[in-house]
Design a protein around this ligand. Sequence first.
Ligand SMILES: *Cc1c(COP(=O)(O)O)cnc(C)c1O
Length: 411
Amino acid sequence: MAYLNENYLKLEAGYLFPEVARRVREFCEANPEASKRLIRCGIGDVTEPLPSAAIDAMKQAIDEMGKRETFRGYGPEQGYEFLRSTIAQHDYRDRNIEIADDEIFVSDGSKCDCGYILDILGDQNKVAVPDPVYPVYVDTNVMAGHSGPVKSDGSYEGLLYLPCIVDNVFVPEPPREHVDLVYLCFPNNPTGAVASREQLSRWVDYAQEHEALLLYDAAYEAYVSQPNIPRSIFEIPGARDCAVELRSFSKNGGFTGVRCGFTVMPKSLLARTESGKRMPLHPLWHRRWSTKANSVSYPVQRGAAALYTPEGRQQIRVLIDHYMGNAKILREAVAEAGMTVFGGVNAPYIWVKTPDGLTSWQMFDRMLRDLNVVITPGAGFGTQGEGYFRVSAFNSRENAQEVARRLEKMR
Ligand SMILES: *Cc1c(COP(=O)(O)O)cnc(C)c1O
């Protein structure tokens, strides 16, 4: 009989969103009338249709595929040149950040890249993750065997958790101890927090001192509204030598169902062998893509490139303004209901302290029962998420306004 990967058996049984779904289903079955009023502010998925610039480009690409003269088979495994150069130019070089076209690797999304990147990193790495955290960083490391067993509080032995709490306004400072790999995500899911230039500089300093690698998830970069808040780790001097950036078209272009993202892997980034030899990671990452993938479909890459045209940018702006308009409505309504609220200014997520000392799952049940609104319990993102809940602004304006009206009942 074949052996299975026992690391999977270490994973916590109830993954957050299945448990949310189960409770919602049970509630709806028991309360068919209330279920018609249900509004979901839970899962972080976009709700608005794709920008027309992307639609038109994808349609045209499909037409090209239907004609002998313009048909395309396999493309470059790292992504088409037209998309890699567009990304490097607009997202980086136009902002005075030196990134070469071939430092961009096009993928089917950032969630996927979180798992892929572990292919080229050693199993010996000591890994640090924020707490609360996007569960994918933790679970992919558990699957790869980079952790011990789960503890009673849901955290894993062997990982270093960086508490993101009120005292540090949900931005962790570098630890005193040594780690090799650090996951950072700003603007943050789930807390909506952003890191200042100074705070990110301290992380780059730490990485240089400890020869650590920063895995910087900038999936919500487009939501930064305050000037001076960095949108890329590469705005910080020295980051080219210690950071990989993960980006996605999911939350700006609404590509959660289309699937496209990219990593930025500087050629200057080094890692070490067991014997102490320093080598660049870029050739390994290139090789990983050549061997294991054939990139993303041609129409999707055309759709992604169209997001950078003047029309595409304008349409993204409208989408972001829509979601951030919801965030403002929800943020104010939650505050007026007497709760303490964070986030929602540079991110489509609002992070709320539960009232009356409720646990986050108790608050989930109360919101479901009393307001028929689905939120995400903070405890699902890590032990430090206990006592908080996340409200997502990914919704229609109508629903955001209706949630705000229902929150008035809680005053
Ligand atoms: C939504 C999200 C992503 C994007 O994931 P895709 O796989 O590109 O859809 C990445 N990181 C975080 C923290 C997210 O919330």
